[in-house]
Design a protein around this ligand. Structure first.
Ligand code: 13P
Ligand code: SF4
Length: 308
């Protein structure tokens, strides 16, 4: 798609201000195409966290949702981390609070707590280990087999990690409203409509959906499989934004969205206008109190140092 004159102006402005601020733009795989195009790096939560930890830029503009910017602020405490749209949150991350996790821990005092990165920094500070969708099973498997594991907040990612590792996990009742829209019926329909296609889904999907798919992977894991497979038709069971990146990287392959309902309104709140404004005004800076950051960092370092 060619840019309108207005989009060209906005992109030129963003480039100018990015240089002026010595900034890097990190964009999640679900961002709208224009944001993916101006991002210095597009990736999943694990890839973006690693980039945030190692960048030598002075400013990180995080085009994603709040917990991602918070994670970057913990991993890069000497940088200014900007979230262009302060209302871009993650409903799943809001499904557990630190007091709720403390209460769960009190009921299972011997358990190791693994939290999904889609959580608040206060919840991370109460956790022993953090994981993303790319390394949830590896992180769970790293806990000694005789130690109980609490997994929060995503019950579906937790169930998937439990199946992969053969471990029984103490799960929290959280879930992603976007991925919960994808149903087993969608998979059955896709098999009929695209019998030769590879069906890939995100592990935030319902357990039955994960079991019926050919591949279960993080967003960047799905992109990697799309590049490497010889199959030419791929059904994508996650937020729609990922398909744009897949089409750009694989112009010879065809991609179909598994469910038209799988849209994340929060991920779509970032726009070129807001990115330009955030660089000009240095808004909205996401900061984390040092005592909380210090406690969350141990769990986050385990996450970025684990494979996936
Ligand atoms: P990924 O880490 O796989 O990109 O997932 C992040 C997310 O929010 C999925 O809904
Ligand atoms: Fe959160 Fe789901 Fe949106 Fe990912 S897709 S940011 S888990 S609401």
């Amino acid at each position: 798609m060619t840019d309108t004159a207005q989009q060209q102006r906005l992109k030129a402005g963003i480039r100018k201000w990015k240089d002026r601020r010595n900034a890097v733009i990190l964009g999640h795989n679900y961002q709208v195409p224009a944001i993916q195009e101006i991002s210095d790096f597009t990736g999943d939560s694990l890839g973006l966290s690693r980039r945030a930890a190692e960048t030598d830029a002075d400013v990180i503009v995080f085009c994603g949702v709040h917990f991602m910017a918070e994670t970057a602020a913990v991993l890069s405490p000497d940088k200014a981390v900007l979230l262009p749209e302060p209302e871009a949150g993650c409903p799943m991350a809001d499904m557990i609070t630190a007091p709720q996790l403390r209460e769960l821990k009190a009921r299972h005092p011997d358990a190791t707590v693994v939290c999904y990165v889609n959580s608040s920094v206060e919840v991370k500070a109460e956790s022993d280990l953090c994981c993303t969708s790319a390394n949830a099973a590896a992180i769970v498997a790293s806990v000694p087999s005789d130690t109980p594991v609490i997994f929060v907040p995503d019950k579906y990612l937790g169930a998937w990690a439990a199946e992969q590792t053969g471990r029984e996990l103490i799960l929290w009742e959280g879930y992603c409203p976007t991925h919960a829209c994808i149903t087993p019926d969608d998979i059955e329909r896709a098999r009929l409509e695209h019998p030769d296609a590879l069906i890939m889904v995100h592990p935030e999907c319902l357990t039955q959906v994960c079991r019926m798919a050919d591949v279960v992977a993080s967003t960047s894991g799905m992109c990697r499989t799309a590049r490497e497979t010889d199959v030419r038709e791929i059904v994508v069971g996650t937020e729609k934004g990922l398909i744009y990146r897949m089409e750009m990287e694989n112009p010879d392959k065809r991609f179909y969205h598994l469910s038209p309902a799988a849209l994340c309104p929060n991920m779509k709140l970032n726009t070129l206008e807001k990115v330009l404004w955030s660089l000009q005004e240095m808004r909205h800076e996401v900061t984390v109190p040092p005592d909380i950051a210090e406690r969350a960092e141990t769990a986050l370092r385990a996450m970025i140092n684990s494979g996936g």
